[in-house]
Ligand binder design. Sequence first.
Ligand SMILES: Cc1ncc(COP(=O)(O)O)c(C=O)c1O
Length: 402
Amino acid sequence: MSTVWIQARRAARMNPSIIREILKVTEKPGILSMAGGLPSADTFPVEALKVACDTVLSKNPREALQYSASEGYAPLRDWVAQRVSALGMQVEPEQVLITTGSQQGLDLVGKILCDSGAPVAVETPTYLGALQAFTPYEPIFTSLASDGEGVVPDAFKRLRHDAPGTRFAYLLPNYQNPTGRVMGAARREQVVAAARQAGVPIVEDNPYGDLWFEAPPPPALASLWPEGTLYLGSFSKVLTPGFRLGYVIAPKELYPKLLQAKQAADLHTPGFNQRVVYEVVRDGFLEQHVPSIRARYRAQRDAMTQALREHLPAGCEWQEPTGGMFFWIRLPEGLDAMALLPQAVDAGIAFVPGAAFYAQSPDARTLRLSFVTLTPAQIGEGVAILGRVLRETLALAEEPTP
Ligand SMILES: Cc1ncc(COP(=O)(O)O)c(C=O)c1O
């Protein structure tokens, strides 16, 4: 087909998100979907947001509806700088850049730090949306060896040799998407020491840190190496993703470039949204609201733990998450999660095959289950169906071929 349009090299590298493609299938009525990465809509504080919208439109309607500063709404930046002190970070409001979701923060990071052919290190597996955000800037990904606590410190030693000039390591220490794992305190110290030693700065992504079930996670990596860590936070999982509000906390030397990238991207994040969210959070609303999300998600996590123990065949492996939204399952040898998905959808459930979360060498036996959007009873039902599909497939594989 002839066309007058010549696409950029970066456009050829962009792929449709496999998760969005899967979500289209799972939107069929009646499907028990454990595929989505969405928070539970029942946790959105609709009343508080309604009152805050009204306050903003009554008090400062014209300022709220006008263009505004690219850095973000000053009282919200102050609030963020104050809030992250609970994570051990000492931050000045001038280091806070309000972004249109933390997803935009990832794009801005890619824009100012990645070059064609320059290495970027990621966990194994890692957040698919970050791979998508960085990919158009043409980095070469290196998968850092990782275990049940996240990246293994020794992996940094190999970078000097295998990927000299690595621009940054993208790390998710709290209830990682997709695995749900959390990095312990000792591991954090070791990882930061190893990254420093290797001369590789860290991009720390923390949208799930508030969603702990038993005890809060250890201090942020950014608290251990402030000048070598760029930190991303989000309001999506503690308030609502619909306002598209996140933030980057940048070392002072990086801030001006990030700000220029932000200006070019969208001038600023909607001032109205920033003011509404500030009205909601300014007087400690999250201190009562977030515990209610934790209690709800913990009960759903417990339901999934019980269902997995009851219904999954021997040989399936998982680690119970202590926060966040996801279980990560490794299937017995010979099974392929992607190949199983159509059968699972026909049987009435959906999950996300894990392969998409790997920058290199995908593990086809892995899959991600979200526990936050179904009720405990539906979780029981959904996992029972998954167990049945797995048993049937294993039984078929064991049948002697004629
Ligand atoms: C690890 C991680 N980072 C970033 C994001 C983007 O979040 P948002 O743009 O809504 O702040 C998500 C969304 O699910 C995520 O899981």
